[in-house]
Design a protein around this ligand. Structure first.
Ligand code: CA
Length: 257
């Protein structure tokens, strides 16, 4: 009996998106703050199906603590919570210079509430009840914007191992040697390097680099990644561009596991 239980456990773990990750590259990591177990589970499952890694905090104190400890790409924040309210959590994060994008998800739909939370530094506000599809669209839009926001603060030269991209001159060097790229190849490489160590889905890449919706167009990503590999990795012992089968691509200077 014990034996068959063990066998049963394995496949359910295999679907955990974290285990699909490879060394040095992580999925976009979201913090979901929601005290209603049913709602939390519903959102968590939906987001994990979209290949996000999701941590769930069920009270305000834990949420504030985790948000300060871990580097989240996005925080989905309920307002009425035990411990600290979502409003307090948001205020605390911004006071401590934590600029992770925050999407407020609440049943409180008064205009005044929205204004208050935007003033406190919320990036978006969605009222319950909501359709998961709308939440997902907003989450993705914030993540794209988040990448954009970081660009201002990043240094002019992006570096992954011995690969360098100068964003001012748009010159690329691998091991000191100039690499010539087309405009789209450059945009793709810059996007990968700005998110070094993360897996980006084909959808995210198409939406960012080609600035269009992904319907049927995602194989263009495979084609351009192949071009980039030929120019960046070909002839070098260390391969920087990584593939996560069925998920997407990333770039990392860490050794592959
Ligand atoms: Ca609540």
């Amino acid at each position: 009996m014990e034996h068959s239980e063990k066998i049963f456990i394995v496949p359910s773990f295999a679907f955990n998106p974290i285990l699909l990750s490879f060394r040095g590259v992580n999925f976009m990591r979201l913090l979901l703050v929601e005290d209603e177990a049913k709602v939390a589970r519903f959102i968590q499952r939906g987001l994990e199906a979209e290949r996000f890694a999701v941590d769930v905090a069920t009270d305000g104190r834990r949420a504030a603590e985790w948000a300060q400890t871990y580097d989240y790409d996005l925080i989905i924040l309920d307002l009425m919570l035990p411990g600290l309210s979502g409003t307090e959590v948001l205020r605390m994060l911004r006071q401590r210079n934590n600029h992770a994008p925050v999407l407020v998800l609440t049943a409180r739909d008064a205009l005044e509430d929205k204004v208050t939370h935007f003033e406190l530094g919320a990036d978006d506000y969605l009222t319950k009840p909501f359709a998961f599809a709308e939440l997902l669209v907003r989450v993705k839009a914030l993540l794209r914007r988040g990448v954009g926001n970081q660009m201002g603060g990043r240094s002019q030269v992006l570096q992954v191992a011995d690969l360098e991209l100068d964003r001012l001159t748009q010159q690329i060097r691998r091991a000191g040697q100039r690499v010539e790229l087309t405009g789209k190849e450059y945009a793709l490489l810059e996007y990968l390097m700005l998110n070094a160590g993360r897996v980006l889905s084909r959808t995210m890449i198409v939406e960012h680099v080609w600035d269009q919706s992904f319907d049927g167009a995602t194989n263009i990503v495979d084609v351009y990644v192949r071009h980039l590999r030929n120019k960046i990795d070909e002839g070098h012992a260390q391969k920087l561009i990584r593939t996560v089968r069925g998920v997407g691509y990333g770039i990392s200077g860490e050794e592959e596991a």
